[in-house]
Design a protein around this ligand. Sequence first.
Ligand SMILES: Cc1cc2nc3c(=O)[nH]c(=O)nc-3n(C[C@H](O)[C@H](O)[C@H](O)COP(=O)(O)OP(=O)(O)OC[C@H]3O[C@@H](n4cnc5c(N)ncnc54)[C@H](O)[C@@H]3O)c2cc1C
Length: 541
Amino acid sequence: MALKTDVLVIGSGIAGLFTALKVSEYADVILITKKNQSDSNTNYAQGGIASVIDTKDSFEKHIQDTMVAGAGLCNEKTVSILVHEGPDRIYDLIELGTNFTRKDGKLDLAKEGGHSMPRIVHARDFTGQEIERALIESVNAKSNITVIENTLAIDLLTEHNANDLKEATLNNRNCWGAYVLICNQNKVEKITSKATVLATGGLGQVYLHTTNPAIATGDGFAMAYRSGALLGNMEFIQFHPTSLYTSEKERDFHAPAFLISEAVRGFGGILRTQDGKEFMEKYDPRKELAPRDIVARAIDSELKRRGDEFVYLDITHKKKDEILEHFPNIYNTCLKYEIDISKDFIPVVPAAHYACGGIAVDENARTSLKGLYACGEVTMTGVHGANRLASNSLLEAVVFGYHAAADIKEFINNYKSKIPGIPEWDDSGTLSADEKVLITHSTKEVKQIMWDYVGIVRSNLRLERAAIRIHNIFMETENLYKKTKIFEDILELRNLVACAHMIIKSAQLRKESRGLHYTLDYPTADYISEPKDTLIRNTHT
Ligand SMILES: Cc1cc2nc3c(=O)[nH]c(=O)nc-3n(C[C@H](O)[C@H](O)[C@H](O)COP(=O)(O)OP(=O)(O)OC[C@H]3O[C@@H](n4cnc5c(N)ncnc54)[C@H](O)[C@@H]3O)c2cc1C
């Protein structure tokens, strides 16, 4: 049973849901999501969504803060769009039913690192969950949006899939939908569409330690790469310095790491190596209060030097009632792991948190493939440059999701061509996987390699080592993929391997240290006179 629609949206986080709602004002939508509707990074966002709301704040200040964080690589045009259109999109979210926290009737605005003014609109400390709730309720109330859960997009439909068009050049490619796996039936279907929106979120699962949930296996980046779309700045991965370290025995290896908020360091938390020694003074005079990337690098350096898997964060010198008052959630979560943070040191490790690069899009969310749009974390709009300013990512998803919907309207109204015949999925000759252990092992291997060699501190040697190892896993995985009846784990492994390849390749191209990319071989940003985006494209498709 092949499905057909005007617009196919892939992903049900803030970007996919918001775009689908806007598109539904003029066209029919099928929205697919690989687990249930609320399984997304969006659901985990705590802090909030940045925007100029206070009359004492200004667009210029938000623009300036964003550009400073981006370390010379932000696109001024898209930053300006992000900031100027932010307030309208916040009011759209409110109209769609999001209950943001208010004080005396006005939106309560928090201040976060890197922002010169209080401008973080939030719903206490579960902003993402509240936005997701409101958007899901609105989507479910629309009769022309069909939501299909437990359905995983495998690959995009392009000339590559149409038998008589296989030789079409990369520069003139179209996208007509996707092959999708209906997970609970293990069946592959084809969904054709005039326009397709990739809103598949991030790729934190490429790394051993990540704050991202299990869905963040970089599927959208990988599908876009395999279809020949242009991607950029994949080397800029933001690491959060302190997440709770749990051993493999204590957790499923896909489970997200629990965030130990930066406020704990602000409260007087001291970082110590496993022998109890303080170390931050070696790295920065501000010690534990140095910026996020400096603290993450210092921890990484101690882990590498000592061969340890975690360091400690110590707040045992603080009074128990104060700890409980400030950090009830952290206290209770740690207690589940038998860590009483008023008496015990907290084992912490940095964790992959956010992908600043992604599928290259213009200000209307158009990718380099005709009919393929992308929004949210999977994109490179240019607003984050080499480092993301806190709370700009939820904003980016709604601002450019709005632009996508407006552009798609024009695109489908002028749609004259006919979608060519694309064959049904053919898995004749493939066998059921009877050795799933091969996939589990390769997945663990990818995560470990990326953590050890392509993490917070890189070098030419480490990147070269990672490239060789990932290439071997790529060959093994492709081999297995070709002879196996597909299922979720093999598709996700294939996507993780593709993302690993792109991150390594982009990191090798960037011969300088800038923003989130730090390499021992070029330790400063002055090796390149004019900083540029690193662009990559798969030309073998
Ligand atoms: C712990 C944490 C805290 C954060 N805090 C903040 C914050 O305070 N402020 C802020 O601005 N940002 C924050 N972020 C970042 C922000 O949450 C994300 O960047 C944002 O939610 C991404 O939204 P998205 O819609 O692009 O992707 P997601 O919300 O991740 O949604 C992606 C969707 O795509 C689906 N999907 C993926 N692959 C496929 C496939 N192959 N087929 C079908 N469906 C697929 C997923 O199931 C999911 O529904 C935080 C992130 C984390 C992890």
